[in-house]
Design a protein around this ligand. Structure first.
Ligand SMILES: Cc1ncc(COP(=O)(O)O)c(C=O)c1O
Length: 391
């Protein structure tokens, strides 16, 4: 077997937050990284850099910007000029810097909760007004599903007494696992741009497509969208190198690009040289065979977990993710105040508390299935037993 995703690698001896936050009898299915070793070409490139033994300040590598542009062309036929690319210390830094560049204190930024936790923090970080267009819930073939109610979306702009200067989009969406389709992206973009907002599109999960469903950067749809967009991409989730902290902002509009660059400089955000080495290798295509195999493995994990939950934990409704390695679990009918707390105490399984994802998250939990199947199976079994053992 070329890639062994069943192998259990001891991460407790590393400084992994996922594996060291809780006691050693807990199975950690929370933080969104993978328990798989990163692809060998990346490890090899890092090894080579380590052997060189000098870790001075890195420069602004044109070859890396070209690698980002080439990846966009290969995946989406999106013609990106390498000059549009800025390296960032990860995407959370990227969207914080973009918000600082685009929004003045007191202005609004719009999100679609429940959504990745740090999306909910820009108001506190930067003195902005958080404006929310919560996703709507439905049921699709017995599965939890999400969609955009366009009245809710449109009326969230300029709400809470502030002008919306930035729409922060999560595409694919964490935690609900949707990769937005073209008509939806187009409609969001037309409304946001029509209301005078810049779109910051966090596409960190773009290559984690479990069903091969097509993702396209929103900015690639129309030059007019590109002109008003910051597209954030990264190989970090795709190739399990998130702890190296490296991402890229693609910003075709020169004024917007300069403003984002200035905001990064003001925040003194510097990208690590080793992360640049890893990113360039990751983007080169040398790890794509690993990625196809990892996606097939994670797809089977998803289907295994969904079948298990349907059969053994019918009180939980799961959303079926088409992208990401994350399962969003509606535990509200179980009558638990905090399902993650319950499963930690009673099943010794660590999940993320849905409430941390903002509006619409309370009573939910998020489970990360990017791990060896045996670990996932053991975690689910423990969860089912904990529910069966309730009075
Ligand atoms: C939507 C989204 N953006 C950003 C991140 C983290 O980005 P980074 O580690 O590059 O700051 C995550 C991690 O789970 C995420 O889900």
């Amino acid at each position: 077997m070329k890639f062994d995703f069943d192998e259990i690698i001891d991460r407790r001896n590393s400084n992994s937050v996922k594996w060291n936050r809780y006691n050693s009898d807990v199975i950690p299915l929370w933080v969104a990284d993978m328990d798989f070793r990163a692809p060998e070409p990346i490890v090899g490139a890092l090894r080579k850099a380590l052997q060189h033994g000098i870790f001075g300040y890195p420069g602004d590598a044109p070859s890396l910007r070209r690698a980002v542009a080439a990846r966009m062309d290969k995946l989406y036929a999106w013609k990106v000029d390498p000059d549009w690319v800025i390296a960032t210390t990860g995407l959370v830094s990227g969207f914080n810097a973009a918000a600082a560049a685009v929004c003045k204190p007191g202005e609004g930024y719009l999100i679609q909760p429940p959504v990745y936790m740090p999306f909910n923090d820009l108001d506190a970080n930067l003195g902005l007004v958080r404006q929310e267009a919560p996703l709507s819930e439905g049921l699709d073939g017995g599965m939890l599903s999400y969609f955009i109610n366009w009245d809710i979306f449109s009326s969230a702009f300029d709400s809470r007494g502030a002008r919306t200067t930035m729409f922060l989009l999560c595409d694919p969406h964490n935690p609900v696992g949707l990769a937005w389709d073209r008509p939806t992206q187009r409609r969001m973009a037309e409304i946001a741009i029509g209301r005078g907002s810049v779109i910051v599109s966090d596409e960190i999960h773009a290559e984690l497509l479990l069903d091969g469903a097509g993702h396209l950067p929103l900015a690639a749809l129309e030059p007019a969208f590109a002109e008003r967009s910051v597209t954030l991409v990264s190989p970090s989730k795709t190739f399990n190198i998130a702890g190296l902290f490296c991402g890229f902002a693609i910003i075709p509009n020169p004024e917007l690009r300069k403003a984002c660059q200035r905001a990064q400089e003001r925040m003194t955000l510097h990208v690590s040289g080793l992360s640049l080495v890893a990113a360039e290798e990751a983007l080169s295509g040398s790890c794509d065979e690993w990625l196809s195999a990892a996606l097939a493995y994670m797809r089977a994990n998803r289907d295994f977990a969904l079948a298990f939950i349907r059969d053994r934990m019918p009180g939980i409704a799961a959303a079926r993710p088409e992208a990401t390695h994350l399962l969003w679990l509606d535990c509200r009918s179980l009558g638990l105040d905090n399902p993650a707390e319950f499963f930690l105490a009673e099943a010794k399984v660590a999940l993320n508390d849905g409430a941390a994802f903002g509006t619409g998250g309370k009573g939910f939990a998020r489970l990360n299935f990017a791990c060896p199947r045996s670990l996932l199976a053991e975690g689910l079994e423990r969860m089912a037993k904990a529910l069966e053992g309730r009075p």
